[in-house]
Ligand binder design. Structure first.
Ligand SMILES: NC(=O)C1=CN([C@@H]2O[C@H](COP(=O)(O)OP(=O)(O)OC[C@H]3O[C@@H](n4cnc5c(N)ncnc54)[C@H](OP(=O)(O)O)[C@@H]3O)[C@@H](O)[C@H]2O)[C@@H](O)CC1
Ligand SMILES: [K+]
Length: 499
C-alpha cells in the first residue's frame, strides 16, 4: 500500500486516538532505522546526524542512540538552536547526548580492515515538509549534498529526502540526494514520482506495528520489499529433482554479442533453473561453447524454429540476438505455449509487429528499458512511467517490467509494483541480460511471470547493493557477472524477509 503524506498523518492521528503515543512510534521508527543502516553497513563507522526541530529529527536521534550502542561514532549537526526543538525531539536528545560514543571500549566493536563507513542521517524534514526550502534547513541540505559530493559519505534520508515536497513530490533544487531513503510505516506517494528516484535512492520501508494494523484505503500499488516478496519464493522439498526446477530454453546471442547470451544463461543457472539449454546458430556455436559455463547445454540450430519442438517449460528470448532472425523470433513469440521472457532485440523485433501480442499462445513478460519501451509504444515518451505501464497492461494481456532506477512491474488486474533495491553501479551493459536469466529461472521454478519479474528485479538489485556495501566492490567496479557472487546472499535475504 502506498499512502500520501496526508493519509499518513491521518493514520497517525487514529493511532493517537487509540492511546498510542508519539514517543512509542518514534522509538520503534528509530530502532528500525538503526537496524536498517546496520544491514547495509554491518561494521560501525561514523554517523553524522543532521537534524531539524520536528519529529523527523527525533527519529534521527533515536536511531543515533541505537547506532552508538552498536559502536558507531556520532557527530551532531542540529539545524536549529535547542530552544526551537519539539519537546519529543529534545527529550530524545537528552537521552542520546550523554552516551559516550566511539571506540572507547564501552561497546563491543566488530571492525574490519579498510576504511570505515561514514554515513549522514538526514533527519531535517519528513512529512511535515512543504514548499520551497527555507533557512536554516536550506543551509543544512546544501551541507549534506556538499559532503556527499566531496567525500565517500553515504546519505540515509529518514522518511523523505529533505526538499522533496511531502505532498506533490516536487523537488526543491537543494533537495538532499540520498543514497538510501528509509521511510516510516508505509511508502509515501511522493517517493515514487519519476523525478524523485535520483533523490530517494534505495528505498526501504520500515513498518510500525501499531500503524500497520490500523491502515486502510490508500493506493493499492505496492513497493516490492523482501517482506512482501518472501512468500512468493517456494521452498524446495528434499526429494526435488532437476526436472521439477524448470527446463529453460534461451534464444540469445549473435556474432559480436555472444556475451549477452552467456550472461543470461549463466544467470539462469545461478537462479536455480533445473536444466538450461542455450540455442545457438552455427555461426556462433563454437565461440559460445568455448566460453560458457559447463552447466549450460548449448544446442546448435539451423533455425530458431527448432525451439518450438524442444522440450522446455519456459523460454527467454532476445539478449544479444540482433535483428537477423526477425521472422523466426516473431513466430516463437506468437506460437510457443510456454511462459516467455521477451527482452532486448526480441523487443525491437516485436515493436514492428506489436499486434501479435494479441495472439500469443502463452503468457509473456516483456522487460524493456525506456528506449525499448519508446519503440514498443512511442507515446511513452510523453507519459510518466506509471502511465506507460498502465497503458500497456490495459491494452495487452501480458506482464511488463519497465527497467530503470525504480523498476516498475505491471500486469492487468495486479497491483503495480515498484522495485526498491539496486545501486547506481548497475548502470552498465549486461545487467539486463542477467535479469532475463534470473526471471526465466524463477518462472521455471513455478513463479508466475508477474512474481518472477518482481522477485527477479529485487534479487538483481539486492545482489548489486550487497556487492558495494558488504562486499568490496564500488559502483564503478561492479560488473554484471559479479552479481553471481552475491545472488546467493540475496536469495537468503529474500527468504529471511530482510532488506
Ligand atoms: N507519521 C508517523 O506515524 C510517524 C512519524 N514520525 C516522524 O515524524 C515526522 C514528521 O514530523 P513533524 O510533523 O514534526 O514534521 P517534520 O517533517 O519533522 O518538521 C516539520 C517542521 O519543519 C518546518 N518546515 C516545513 N517545511 C519546511 C520548509 N520547506 N523549509 C524549512 N522548514 C520547513 C516547519 O516548521 P516552521 O518553519 O513552520 O516553523 C515544521 O514544523 C515524520 O516524517 C517521521 O519522520 C515518527 O516519529 C513516528 C511515526
Ligand atoms: K528527512
Amino acid at each position: 500500500m502506498i499512502l500520501t503524506s496526508r493519509e499518513m498523518k491521518a493514520l497517525e492521528e487514529r493511532a493517537f486516538a487509540d492511546g498510542i503515543t508519539a514517543e512509542a512510534l518514534m522509538e520503534e521508527a528509530g530502532r528500525k532505522i538503526a537496524e536498517t543502516v546496520r544491514q547495509f553497513y554491518p561494521f560501525p563507522g561514523k554517523c553524522i546526524v543532521v537534524f531539524g526541530k520536528g519529529h523527523n529529527g527525533g527519529d534521527a536521534l533515536v536511531a543515533a542512540r541505537h547506532l552508538a550502542e552498536a559502536g558507531w561514532t556520532l557527530e551532531w549537526k542540529p539545524a536549529f538552536p535547542e530552544d526551537k526543538w519539539a519537546p519529543l525531539t529534545r527529550q530524545n536528545w537528552e537521552v542520546v547526548r550523554d552516551i559516550a560514543t566511539g571506540p572507547d571500549g564501552r561497546h563491543c566493536i566488530l571492525s574490519r580492515p579498510g576504511p570505515q563507513p561514514v554515513i549522514i542521517l538526514d533527519g531535517l524534514l519528513g512529512i511535515g515538509a512543504g514548499g520551497a526550502l527555507r533557512p536554516p534547513i536550506l543551509d543544512a541540505t546544501r551541507e549534506i549534498n556538499r559532503l556527499r559530493a566531496t567525500s565517500n559519505a553515504r546519505v540515509f534520508a529518514i522518511d523523505l529526502p529533505t526538499g522533496l515536497d511531502s505532498e506533490t513530490g516536487a523537488a526543491d533544487p537543494d533537495t538532499v540526494i540520498a543514497d538510501y531513503t528509509l521511510t516510516i510505516s508505509f511508502a509515501k506517494q511522493p517517493l515514487l514520482a519519476d523525478a524523485a528516484a535520483r533523490f530517494v535512492g534505495r528505498l526501504a520501508v520500515l513498518p510500525l506495528e501499531e500503524l500497520s494494523k490500523r491502515a486502510s484505503g490508500g493506493n493499492p500499488d505496492g513497493v516490492a520489499t523482501a517482506e512482501e516478496l518472501q512468500s512468493t519464493l517456494p521452498r524446495r522439498n528434499f526429494d526435488m529433482h532437476k526436472g521439477q526446477c524448470g527446463r529453460v530454453g534461451i534464444v540469445a546471442g549473435s556474432r559480436g554479442f555472444v556475451g549477452a547470451a552467456i550472461m543470461s544463461a549463466e544467470a539462469c543457472v545461478r537462479a536455480g533453473a533445473g536444466l538450461i539449454t542455450l540455442f545457438a546458430t552455427e555461426n556462433i556455436y563454437l565461440i559460445v561453447v568455448s566460453a560458457i559455463g559447463p552447466e549450460v547445454m548449448v544446442k546448435p540450430v539451423q533455425s530458431y524454429l527448432e525451439v518450438l519442438e524442444a522440450k522446455t517449460d519456459v523460454l527467454a528470448i532476445g539478449p544479444g540476438l540482433g535483428s537477423g532472425h526477425a521472422s523466426e523470433v516473431r513466430q516463437i513469440i506468437e506460437q510457443a505455449p510456454q511462459p516467455m521472457v521477451v527482452d532486448a532485440d526480441a523487443l525491437n523485433i516485436l515493436s514492428d509487429s506489436i499486434h501479435l501480442l494479441d495472439r500469443c499462445a502463452g503468457p509473456r513478460l516483456l522487460t524493456p528499458h525506456p528506449g525499448e519501451m519508446a519503440r514498443l509504444d512511442p507515446k511513452s515518451k510523453d507519459r510518466s512511467r506509471r502511465e506507460t505501464v498502465e497503458a500497456f497492461t490495459t491494452r495487452w494481456p501480458h506482464t511488463l517490467l519497465l527497467k530503470g532506477s525504480r523498476t516498475l512491474i505491471g500486469q492487468r488486474d495486479h497491483p503495480f509494483s515498484y522495485n526498491t533495491t539496486g545501486s547506481p553501479g548497475m548502470a552498465t551493459g549486461g545487467m539486463g541480460d542477467i535479469l532475463t536469466g534470473v526471471c526465466a529461472a524463477l518462472a521455471g521454478q513455478g513463479l508466475s511471470l508477474y512474481d518472477a519479474a518482481r522477485v527477479g528485479a529485487w534479487l538483481c538489485g539486492r545482489a548489486a547493493e550487497l556487492a558495494v556495501t558488504v562486499g568490496d566492490e564500488s559502483e564503478e567496479s561492479l560488473t554484471p557477472t559479479l552479481l553471481f557472487r552475491y545472488l546467493g546472499r540475496a536469495f537468503q535475504d529474500l527468504r529471511a524477509g530482510k532488506g
